[in-house]
Design a protein around this ligand. Structure first.
Ligand SMILES: [Cu+2]
Length: 272
């Protein structure tokens, strides 16, 4: 490759990298959500990364030191030793300690994430092809949550509505799940037809929704807001069109929403 060509190649790569960074709203690290579990996962992830980095620095340090200081030109005759009990004990004990140091906090986090006891309220989530059904057993509230109409219209072949014109295209639903903040909410997750998975990245976990089986998970959201997710298990033709929207609101707003819902829905028409 000529010099000019190389220069052009370098420029093209540099420019496209810059364009990609500017255009994409992405981050390299995992996000920290508004929940304790999400923070715990993030903290452990960072801790593990630093441990790995430390191991890398030590291992590569020893390797480069050996390459440079024990090169053939400096030591033409290689050392001829075999076995070193002390060294072997050291390189067994240190990795074991590192593994224990990783396993203890990882197990603690896992146990905490799985512990759905002492929940203050329960929400039952059922996956359908291709929508979600939410039920608040204590309140007698239940409804389906499907892709919003604008997205559904825009996604059709030859639609008169352009996807760019739709806010949160394919990420909005008609009836979002409304939950109060600062309450431990237990989710009971299942499915009515095939396997789906309920996933809101901000919460830090995702759970399979399996017909005939109930999975449990919990969340305690600390910040009001709209949290979005999607079905995370390929479940058929419209798998990509069953988003999840969770609206986390204050306790008072939640109570008002419950009252309003009950007023608008007679007991007889709870299920479609
Ligand atoms: Cu699905």
């Amino acid at each position: 490759m000529t010099r000019v060509n190389l220069k052009r190649l370098f420029l093209t790569v540099a420019l496209s990298l810059e364009a990609a960074t500017a255009a994409a709203d992405y981050q390299l690290n995992i996000p920290v959500g508004p929940t304790e579990t999400s923070r715990m996962i993030y903290d452990f992830h960072m801790y593990a990364i630093w441990v790995c980095l430390g191991i890398g620095v030590v291992v590569f340090g020893v390797m480069f030191y050996s390459i440079v200081n024990h090169r053939k030109s400096k030591h033409p005759v290689p050392a001829a030793f075999h076995e070193n009990t002390k060294l072997e004990i050291v390189w067994t004990v240190i990795p074991v300690l590192i593994l224990v140091g990783l396993a203890v906090p990882a197990t603690k986090a896992l146990v905490r994430i799985e512990d759905t006891s002492d929940a203050e309220m329960t929400i039952k989530v059922t996956g359908y092809q291709w929508k979600w059904h939410y039920e608040y057993p204590e309140e007698g509230i239940q409804f389906f949550s499907s892709l919003d109409e604008a997205s559904n219209r825009a996604r059709q072949l030859g639609s008169d509505l352009a996807p760019e014109k739709v806010d949160n295209y394919l990420l909005n639903v008609d009836n979002p799940l409304v939950v109060p903040i600062n309450k431990k909410i237990r989710f009971l997750i299942t499915a009515a037809d095939v396997i789906h998975a309920w996933w809101v990245p901000a919460f830090g976990w995702k759970k399979d929704a399996i017909p005939g089986y109930v999975n449990a998970a919990w969340v305690k959201i600390e910040k009001p807001g709209v949290y979005r997710g999607q079905c995370a298990e390929l479940c058929g033709r419209d798998h990509g069109y069953m988003p999840i929207v969770v609206k986390a609101v204050t306790e008072d707003e939640y109570k008002a929403w419950v009252a309003e819902w009950k007023q608008n829905h007679a007991a007889s028409e709870v299920l479609e």
